[in-house]
Design a protein around this ligand. Structure first.
Ligand SMILES: NC(=O)C1=CN([C@@H]2O[C@H](COP(=O)(O)OP(=O)(O)OC[C@H]3O[C@@H](n4cnc5c(N)ncnc54)[C@H](O)[C@@H]3O)[C@@H](O)[C@H]2O)C=CC1
Ligand SMILES: O=C(O)C(=O)COP(=O)(O)O
Length: 326
């Protein structure tokens, strides 16, 4: 019986699918190196979410043939290391794209309408004055004035599966959409090849590209300084694309109006991260793709990749298939 190690909780239907196909499924009690190194022994497949795969786990695996990622981003896996060890890396593209796109639209609206500020004031007992007069201890409703997103310009960095859905939803809400993606040559979405166009002119900027050598630290103090002081940024792509210290400074100094972050260089961020205390910031715990619909679809996709590979079939979405020398 082939063993599959699952390193983080995934949908039960995927576990059952593996069992029905004759796999012995083991759930790792933790994702640290010592635990994974111990439990990876004898495993044909490793199914994982977005936690970083510690260096050394693949080297210590004795039977491993496939790492199957329940999602899109594979920056948490050392692909060269996997390839060197003849381990296929598979992923599941697109199955969580709608969920992430809905997340981006949700946070744009929440920031623009000051939903979180209103919520915090209410819960802090600073009930908003409805009459507009300044009363001690009370926030004035006028200060919670927001903006409609209709008619505003949305720049999407990365026009892949998620970016395209954001463009469609943004368009339906009456936004003016512009995309930047050097690897997309033609699109229904208006494209620019110059990032400055996005930084200088957009009211909302959504980061939806992968973390690569090219995108790491792409948005730092200089780029933030080019943006409108009324601009809102959403990063549901990957931590590290936006420089976190520079972003916190920009928010605290009113260089940009707000940011929503779902992803961080370190997850969860350390307790001394400047992001935790920055002004006008909305933080979520890498939940862009965490809906019941997407969680089930990505887990089943990842399980199916393991089943396919075990029967000699090429899984639907692979990363290093052609580089493997069997
Ligand atoms: N917050 C969350 O829970 C989730 C986050 N993600 C992140 O979103 C990213 C995108 O996901 P999908 O759209 O499904 O992937 P995708 O592979 O369909 O699209 C990625 C797009 O980024 C573009 N791209 C690559 N390098 C670029 C660059 N230097 N500048 C601009 N564009 C560039 C590619 O050409 C491609 O069109 C993933 O790589 C992952 O990091 C994905 C799913 C869930
Ligand atoms: O699909 C992706 O790239 C994601 O970021 C989803 O991450 P998760 O598997 O939900 O931890």
């Amino acid at each position: 019986m082939k063993k599959v190690l699952i390193s983080e909780k995934i949908d039960d239907d995927a576990v059952q699918l593996l069992q029905k196909n004759g796999f012995d499924v083991e759930i790792s009690p933790a994702v640290d190196e010592a635990t994974l190194t111990e439990h990876i022994k004898g495993a044909f497949g490793l199914i994982m979410r977005s936690s970083k795969l510690p260096e050394g786990v693949v080297d210590s695996a004795d039977q491993l043939r496939i790492i199957s990622r329940t999602g899109t981003g594979i920056d948490n896996v050392n692909i060269d290391d996997a390839t060197k060890n003849h381990v296929l890396v598979a992923r599941v593209n697109g199955a969580n794209a709608y969920s992430v796109a809905e997340y981006v639209i949700t946070t744009m609206l929440a920031m623009s309408r000051r939903i979180y500020k209103s919520d915090r004031l209410f819960k802090a007992g600073q009930i908003v004055s409805t009459h507009g007069e300044s009363l001690p201890g009370l926030a004035v409703k006028y200060d919670l004035n927001g903006h409609e997103i209709r008619g505003k310009r949305l720049g999407i960095l990365g026009l892949g599966r998620i970016g395209k859905i954001i463009a469609k939803l943004g368009d339906a809400l009456g936004m003016d959409i512009i995309g930047y993606d050097p690897y997309v040559k033609a699109s229904d979405v208006k494209l620019t090849t110059d990032l400055n166009d996005i930084y200088n002119s957009c009211d909302f900027i959504s980061v939806n590209m992968p973390l690569t050598k090219e995108t790491k630290n792409l948005i730092a103090a200089k780029e933030l300084g080019q943006m409108k002081d009324s601009a809102f940024i959403v990063n549901a792509g990957r931590g590290g694309i936006i420089n976190e210290t520079d972003l916190a400074d920009a928010l605290n100094n009113g260089v940009v109006a707000g940011a929503a972050l779902d992803v961080f260089t370190e997850e969860p961020p350390r307790s001394d991260s400047p992001l935790l205390t920055a002004k006008n910031i909305l933080l979520t715990a890498h939940i862009g793709g965490t809906t019941y619909e997407a969680s089930k679809a990505v887990a089943i996709g990842a399980a199916q990749a393991v089943i396919d590979y075990s029967t000699g079939k090429k899984p639907q979405f692979t990363v290093n298939y052609k580089d493997l020398k069997n």
